[in-house]
Design a binder for this molecule. Sequence first.
Ligand code: SAH
Ligand code: SF4
Ligand code: F3S
Length: 469
Amino acid sequence: MELSTTIKPVGGQDEALPTAAPEPAKKVFLKTYGCQMNVYDSQRMGDALAADGYVPTDAIEEADLVLLNTCHIREKAAEKVYSELGRIRKLKSERAQAGLETVIGVAGCVAQAEGQEIIRRSPVVDLVIGPQTYHRLPDAVRRVRSGEKVVETDYAIEDKFEHLPQPRKAEVIKRGVTAFLTVQEGCDKFCTFCVVPYTRGSEVSRPVAQIIAEAEKLADAGVREVTLLGQNVNAWHGEGPDGKEWGLGRLLFRLAEVPGIARLRYTTSHPRDMDDALIEAHRDLPMLMPYLHLPVQSGSDRILKAMNRRHTAADYLKLIDRIRAVRADIAMSGDFIVGFPGETDADFEATLEIVRQVRYAQAFSFKYSQRPGTPGADMGGQVDEKVKDERLQRLQALLAEHQREFTVQMIGKEIELLIEKPGRQPGQKVGRSPWLQPVIVDETAGEIGDIIQVRIMKAGVNSLHAERM
Ligand code: SAH
Ligand code: SF4
Ligand code: F3S
């Protein structure tokens, strides 16, 4: 689930800009690594900085502030930061020679995990800021500009979301008709391989009213599809306006009432938090898209136990049966780890077996990476890198086969398509199917934001081609 995006530049006036006569606009270059929650966080950091007069730029050499929003999930992800900082060091000294000041900040999960150590290892860094303190970002940048090195990695007592400005309409419009909305953060599950409980802290749910207000703001800017985010999004809970305790299922029903919103999704879920109300939402709420990312990690009960997943392979399969019983067309997506400590050939075969049973439409698979501070890192029976490579290849070949099967069976089907943006080729537009597949149509098929009825004509490698009905 790794992706790397750059927040696009903003143009023109924006409602959140201060009214006091501003100094010439400063530019911020934001680079995002890791999961969708980081993508969302980068957007919110952009919002917070805009209130201080910063405008985004795509050109790092023009940036007065460079922010890397980092991921700590696997060693490779974390190491990317240091190679990027190496390049940035050169850039900063070139700019300094031209008399330009550049503030270098590291945010995200590496910032939270390594704190001060980042500045020790990479003195070019001026600012280290963890995910729980983004509302303090503008102030932290000001402190750096007056000569301090700043490390902000406390778990803030105040609610970050209450202190972050609302998403800005102009920015939301620029990002398009689909949007992320974080409703839950952190994790109390402590899977033995995973750093998230340490980098994101314990599970916190945003209040209902805050979520609805943000969804309305998004809808007002033309957003048609909202994806609710959380490290354990289906653990979300909160008090509803009716005074009752709500779970994610109930929240989805409420969000479905927001005028303008036509599609809802949520990610990532933990199998242990799929409650009846959420499964019923898949049955009764057509706006909830038939796609579910439900990581299982391994098909071996022994390994699941060592991972502290606290469910068995059979529990997982039973759960999927229940979901498919109410929503037959649901596409399943999953995450897998190969080579967890102690994983034998037989354990790995069990993973292949669960994959064969579920037949995932989409999947992400990784070699186990030893993460400092997690129980897995100190376990005996660490698996040889070569064995991990072989297992990953076999698993990915099987997953790819199923994925292809899922794509090809779309041909001839009539589906609803949300048109998202112009296509890469002239004369085309691209949208998403309910199953999250990119679908290419002729540009005359409809306007961006329209939901149209199409027939799938053919399947390319990464996308489908369709004609308007
Ligand atoms: N909260 C989600 C997962 C968040 S991390 C869940 O519980 O499923 C995203 C994915 O990264 C995980 O599902 C897992 O497959 C992978 N991952 C996490 N830690 C890892 C590690 N140490 N080595 C390899 N993959 C890892
Ligand atoms: Fe990590 Fe497990 Fe929490 Fe997911 S549930 S974020 S894998 S500890
Ligand atoms: Fe990475 Fe942090 Fe997300 S470790 S996967 S950016 S929660």
